[in-house]
Ligand binder design. Structure first.
Ligand SMILES: *Cc1c(COP(=O)(O)O)cnc(C)c1O
Length: 461
């Protein structure tokens, strides 16, 4: 022990008065800054007692600031998505439209009629809010919004099939990211999984045989194989055919669409993704889909379908546990209005990104290249591919133009971009760092370019 070395350490108050520490106060507040200084000094005392040298004052300040960053700074923050994956689950899926953000702000800043019937002056139901819009858009009789699509499927299965059998093709026993696996959701709901067919081929007769053999089948589940594709020797029974089979046996069909497009993806050069409207028209009793995938809205699980099935779901205790909050409902209503006003491809970010013509992407990539060239940074504009992502259109790509940088160590630069504030997420392709303008919002462009300039100039020094 070296008591004199310990005595040399500055006091909490002295550190607190340093201008660099004072600069942290507006963001972190007094209490957190003092906590960080105390814990840093505690650590240093330990090190000195163990025979270490007391660090100089600047190092102590730097360590306290680093402690704040690492342990006490809020962790969720905006990032710039330059990956070209439009619906990136790790990056928060769909960015919201200006109208959706304004609607959230509107109900966030004060009170709202979330569960208040303004005409009657008494208690109302939150379930009414997006319902009419969803019915108008999809042609369904009834609708219910819950927290996410995993919740929607769980609720639908629980209410319609608890204690009973559910038929599903072996080709549709899917797992999507984040732990959603059909067999496990089924088990949670209390329904009994009855697999039919094989992994690659399931036929009409497989369902019919199961229905002839199994007692107590409550429904047929059709799950969209959202993030993979089986190719080669395959066969699947279409939703209209499943509805036909179900009708012959008096049982309903639930369609878990995953992404749940309301627009025809084929209009944008992609494979046709089954739309919600088509699934409702095909006779699915209940259709479940996400709010933040191809719909382009907030995280939500949307259930549309026949009233005889949807109404009991609203009254189930699980619906209370899974209910959507007012911010979600506000953003969802505003997003749905874009479809009703037929302005989805201009106003909803994910559709605007999907619909951006390659000529426009080329112009943007060239503009980036010129801006970097002025800063002495060499980059190229090359052909590439964006993907839709988000449990839709597996393997499907959209032609794009990428800004490509040939660098000695692209991984290190990509890592430095991720540490930037705000973080920039790029891709490495053929040993080059590539950035796709498709998923970069126009207002983020100058920030992205500045990040690249900062990171590359740092790496040269
Ligand atoms: C994405 C997806 C889900 C889960 O939806 P969340 O909104 O993420 O809960 C369920 N089923 C399918 C087919 C999906 O693609």
């Amino acid at each position: 022990m070296t008591p004199s070395a310990l005595r040399q350490l500055p006091s909490v108050d002295r550190i607190l008065n340093e201008p660099t520490v004072q600069a942290l106060l507006p963001f972190y507040g007094h209490r957190l800054v003092v906590t960080a200084i105390r814990r840093t000094l505690d650590d240093i005392r330990e090190e000195v007692r163990a025979g270490g040298e007391p660090p100089p004052p600047e190092a102590i300040l730097a360590r306290a600031a680093a402690y704040l960053q690492e342990h006490l700074a809020p962790t969720l923050k905006p990032v710039i998505n330059a990956t070209g994956v439009v619906i990136h689950t790790n990056l928060g899926r769909a960015p919201l439209s200006a109208a959706a953000r304004a609607a959230m702000d509107g109900v966030a800043r004060g009170y709202s009629n979330l569960e208040y019937d303004l005409a009657a002056g008494r208690r109302g139901h939150r379930t009414v809010h997006a319902e009419r819009l969803l019915c108008e858009l999809t042609g369904a009789e009834a609708a219910l919004v819950v927290n996410n699509n995993a919740g929607a499927v769980l609720l639908a299965l629980t209410v319609m099939a608890r204690g009973k059998g559910v038929l599903i093709s072996r080709g549709q026993l899917i797992e999507i990211g984040g732990g959603f696996r059909i067999p496990e959701v089924m088990a949670q709901s209390g329904a009994r999984l009855v697999e039919v067919g094989t992994t690659n081929r399931t036929h009409r007769r497989d369902y019919e045989q199961a229905l002839a053999q199994e007692l107590d089948i409550a429904l047929i589940l059709y799950a969209h194989s959202s993030n993979f594709r089986i190719i080669g020797f395959t066969a699947e029974v279409s939703l209209p055919e499943l509805v036909e089979i179900g009708q012959a046996h008096g049982i309903p069909v639930i369609a878990d669409l995953g992404s749940g497009a309301l627009l025809d993806t084929a209009a944008f050069g992609l494979t046709h993704e089954p739309t919600v409207q088509e699934s409702v028209a095909a006779g699915a009793a209940v259709v479940c889909f996400s709010g933040d995938k191809l719909l382009g809205g907030p995280q939500a699980g949307i259930i549309v379908g026949r009233a005889e099935y949807v109404e009991p779901m609203k009254r189930h205790p699980l619906a209370r546990a899974l209910r959507a909050d007012k911010l979600c409902l506000a953003a969802l209503q505003a997003t749905l209005m874009h479809y009703l006003r037929e302005e989805a491809t201009e106003q909803i970010p994910v559709w605007r990104m999907i619909a951006t013509p390659v000529e426009e992407l080329e112009r943007r990539a060239r503009r980036w290249r010129r801006a970097l060239a002025r800063a002495g940074i060499r980059a190229e504009v090359v052909d590439g591919w964006s993907t839709v992502g988000g449990g839709s259109l597996p393997g499907e790509t959209l032609p794009t133009r990428l800004l490509a940088l040939s660098l000695p160590n692209p991984d290190r630069i990509a890592a430095a971009l991720r540490r930037h504030d705000p973080p920039v997420i790029a891709r490495i392709e053929d040993d080059r760092l590539v950035l796709d303008p498709r998923t970069v919002l126009p207002e983020e462009e100058s920030i992205l370019l500045r990040a690249l300039m900062n990171v590359l100039s740092d790496s040269r020094t």
